[in-house]
Design a protein around this ligand. Sequence first.
Ligand SMILES: [Zn+2]
Length: 190
Amino acid sequence: MERTQEREPGGRTPAPGALRRVQSFVNTIDLEGGQDRTGDVRSLRRWLLERELIAEGDSVSEGDLRLVIQVREALRALAFANHEGVPDDEAVRKLNRLAEGLRLTLRFEGDGRARLEPMLSGVDGAVAGILGIVYASMVDGTWPRLKACRRDTCQWVFYDHSKNRSSSWCSMSICGNREKARAYRLRRKE
Ligand SMILES: [Zn+2]
């Protein structure tokens, strides 16, 4: 069971369905506030256990932590690229390299649907599961709405529910206004 997520900045509604898990995965670090909820092996293990993404007996290593951080930041880069709709080449290359060792298989369900399921246990399986959700969301068309806030120092991942898919900031009242104020100051200096 996914735990109830903290309130999203700007009162935004989180991503729908399983994509919400990807959103909370990328947002485990608050780049601006510096708080990282999976900053060390212990906290990563706790985060994964709480979401039943690993089992009690699974170990978590420093290598696992590095994998998680790399996948998380590559996904953030893809979510950032969703503003323009042009994929980030470097993030794509990185994800392809990382995904090679994370085996997924096609599983048909009783309801006649199929989904990608991790073949490995532990952190590899957990990360593979996250990538499986990303893939499903690319297929069902929800992925382009997952965006990283445009303000460089923030990059919090939000779900753009707006009709024309035009949201740039996690919160208009915080990041939107700060960006506007910055642009105004820059213009005055010219
Ligand atoms: Zn923001």
